[in-house]
Design a protein around this ligand. Sequence first.
Ligand code: GLU
Length: 292
Amino acid sequence: MSSPRVFRFAPSPNGRLHLGHAYSALLNRKLADEADGWLLLRIEDIDQVRSAAEFERGIYEDLAWLGIGWEEPVRRQSEHMDAYRVHLDRLIAGEFVYPAFMSRGDIRAHIADTQASGAPWPTDPDGAPLYPGVDRLLSARERKRRIESGAPFAWRLDMARALQHVAKPFSWQEGGRGPTGETGAVPADPAIWGDVILARREMPTSYHLSVVTDDALQGVTDVVRGRDLFHATAIHRLLQELLDLPRPRYFHHDLVLGEDGRKLSKSRGNTALAALRAEGRTPAEVRRMVGL
Ligand code: GLU
């Protein structure tokens, strides 16, 4: 017997679930059932400032109300820092990351200086300026000195070095669609993100590193998530290559948009599942609202 396909729903407990999450969870459940596979639940709570127990309880309440079940155990990222540390240490040993010391203010000042000479500064798919990366050139001694002095820093991916290490072209299998209709074998172009943060001085991980680690450790074969994460997949594929991890299939689904045509945010209460429930809506109505 071949092993089952493994899907996952991976919310962050930093707000109540809304219609967009309902769509993602229901679609994962549906695709797992159609494949006679498993659905896992993962609580992405590495951001201890924004995560709250109240929101985590809300995830269980809302999923139970929708009638969605999953295979136990639930993986809570905050309980697995050791696993992320192992991968971070491998990236450090391979010199695929470097300690980056520039503060937000330093980055802004550096960019302003460079732009003053006329050159436009590149931005990532989310519109944020790429990291200047000047501290990539610091000597080992200077790095050590700064780290020992207690200076705050982030571990940033040395994108240029990482790209040299992977066989190109590399791609991922997309079962859904990207923002401009990309589907099938999609070429991965992580360079558009520049030297992304993979961990921090106090925190051995980041969204990218923990997602890639967990998908591998949990044996996830099918990543089904919103189209807002389509471009991040290029970074995930790169990390899988650097860490020698299996590559799942990807399916990026439509985003459920608010009445104003904008992405739903957890703070806008009107589409929160708890609010819909309080108004007397039923799970069947929610399924109809998201077209499932
Ligand atoms: N935790 C992420 C979110 O709530 C989803 C991550 C993923 O599916 O890869 O948006």
